[in-house]
Design a protein around this ligand. Sequence first.
Ligand code: G6P
Length: 605
Amino acid sequence: MCGIVGAIAQRNIVPVLIEGLRRLEYRGYDSCGVAVLAGGEPHRARSVARVADLDAQVREIRLEGVTGIAHTRWATHGAPVTDNAHPIFSRDALAIVHNGIIENYEPLREMLRGSGYTFVSQTDTEVIVHLIHSVYRGDLFAAVREAVTQLHGAYAIAVLHKDQPDTVVGARQGSPLVAGLGEGENFLASDALALAGSTEHFIFLEEGDVCELTLGGVRIVDRSGAFVTREIRHVAVYGGAVELGPYRHFMQKEIFEQPRAITDTISQIDRFDASLFGADAGRVFADIESLLVLACGTSYYSALTAKYWLESVAKIPTQVEIASEYRYRESVPDSKALVVVISQSGETADTLAALKHAQSLGHVHTLAVCNVATSAIVRQTALSFLTHAGTEIGVASTKAFTTQLVGLFTLAVTLGKLRGRMSAAQEADYIRQLRHLPAALNSVLVLEPQIIAWAEEFSRKEHALFLGRGLHYPIALEGALKLKEISYIHAEAYPAGELKHGPLALVTEAMPVVTVAPNDTLLEKLKSNIQEVRARGGQLYVFADADAHIVNDEGLHVIRMPEHYGALSPILHVVPLQLLAYHTACARGTDVDKPRNLAKSVTVE
Ligand code: G6P
């Protein structure tokens, strides 16, 4: 979603700002812009195309300056047109970039109109910049501190003023913002990744903080108005993550990175011990009687998969809920429940709000499964398990999903062990299965050429049905989500046993039916479901375990998975579905890494 970069330096800062925007492109955006102070005035360039277009513009107009702010915008208030692109100005004196949503923008706009301000955009952001302008008395830091007290909603902002060419001011409430500390230059960004290559020293601003960046350093005031010192953290941001290497898209690169991502994630696990989840986890795990798992999107499907493991391996009652539903419904809190939030980014607004809602209801035990150690969600939970997927750029999540599953499986086995549900031999076998995963994944990735052949056929379809059963029903859901988000083919997933309660009516030759067919206890039942589809002229595309004895036939296309994987089977079975979606999207020529209307990190509601 929206991204912010800001900088003050003794060199032309525009290339750093543009590079920062490039690094934030993966979050999803529909316009972008940059403003610098030059010759005592703010100057800007904005584009409703890509950052590359903005870069071409700034080169052409020779936009240069030592103080600047930049933005990628994902439209909420106001269409993605140039007038609504940030930076937004107030009376050619102040410039602002903003992430988030201001809920009381209407009364503020009326008040500011009454004071003579003219609004030229449809954004909620414009009220902030005029508000700051209206209270500015020669001190930008003071003006921002005063103005933000009147804002309701979520924001991260970066602001500059023509009369203070040596200052950039930032503030955050509900949206992330970090200050990056360089040598004689300082930065602001919504994501540390934006500053890879510029600094490795960061201050993660806290809720309500306002900060002032100058060449000499960073001053921070907290929500009570007191000057505070925040910890400076050393974070080696891996700049290489944004390099594509030999791959056509980041999604493809990230699919193929899964053996490495899982190797890194399991390297922390040599036995199933509560300490994997935090120093206090032993005490917390001994106190809990159930789990409540909250997440959005693909992370929600990893939660659904985990429910099967948690109930079968750990025998612990588990409830899974979409975060945006949970946060607004009346629910009955349970002080003996462990609230688990799953998020790749750790910044998804609904997941963070659901966590805070659970805490406000009295839930005391919280755990994050997350890919970003410094994220808001990890900072808000007592316990955490960090996946080591590395930065995920493609909007459609792949390696984050499979590493989340590793973390959740580890949680299930650890809880099972603590609850006396596991023999030493079983534990050793689970460790062995985890260690075998990277090799097993490599042999699944080898199936790519066969999947490309199927993708050619899929690219000519407009609908697809995905079937799975038990532990693999969430994998079918994830396969359908992948296909719809990047190829724009309408796809739905059903538990195969539900076929005759509705979806069978849709089955025709034109409707491919993708089936996940592991050799588990439900295989015979799944084979009956396959026959139900065949009998109605449906075309089946089955990913079958090596020993499942499902073979190519009329209307039945089979890709044989190399092995049968036991409890970890969902982690392997999702990979061909990722590849199928990816190659179908390529064949349809869509923008795979940045599908229309979607964002990587949904930091607004
Ligand atoms: C967006 C992304 C998805 C992701 C979901 C949840 O919709 O496009 O790929 O699964 O957000 O994000 P999170 O970072 O919380 O896992």
